[in-house]
Write a protein that binds this ligand. Structure first.
Ligand SMILES: [Zn+2]
Length: 113
């Protein structure tokens, strides 16, 4: 049910923004979702369609951009994008790495009318 809470916050934040800017219709909501956030984009859209009924953002399309996992190597300073489960530096093979991206979840922008 993680997605439902997240969806509710998407609706709240984008509705607030729409009201603030005197927007009539929100056509599109662009969201960044990190691969490590554990959120499933399809579920978010599903919950959104239900939960946005009778709100200002009803009918908006969610454009969800999946953000890759990004690491910084503590040994050689290399910054790279890695796949899930491959937690080592592609350059020097060190496991002494720090995850600097992939956990994000935020609304990037709204397309309005
Ligand atoms: Zn390295």
């Amino acid at each position: 049910m993680h997605e439902l809470a997240v969806t509710q916050s998407i609706i709240n934040i984008s509705s607030e923004e729409a009201v603030k800017h005197n927007v009539k219709t929100v056509k599109e909501i662009r969201i960044h979702v990190g691969e490590l956030s554990g959120l499933i984009p399809e579920c978010i859209q599903y919950y959104f369609n239900i939960a946005s009924k009778d709100t200002i953002v009803e009918g908006a399309l969610l454009k969800i951009k999946k953000m890759p996992i990004k690491i910084k190597c503590n040994e050689c300073g290399h910054i790279n994008v890695i796949k899930k489960g491959e937690y080592s530096c592609p350059k020097c093979n060190s496991y002494n790495i720090k995850i600097i991206g992939g956990n994000e979840f935020f609304i990037e922008s709204l397309e309005v009318e």
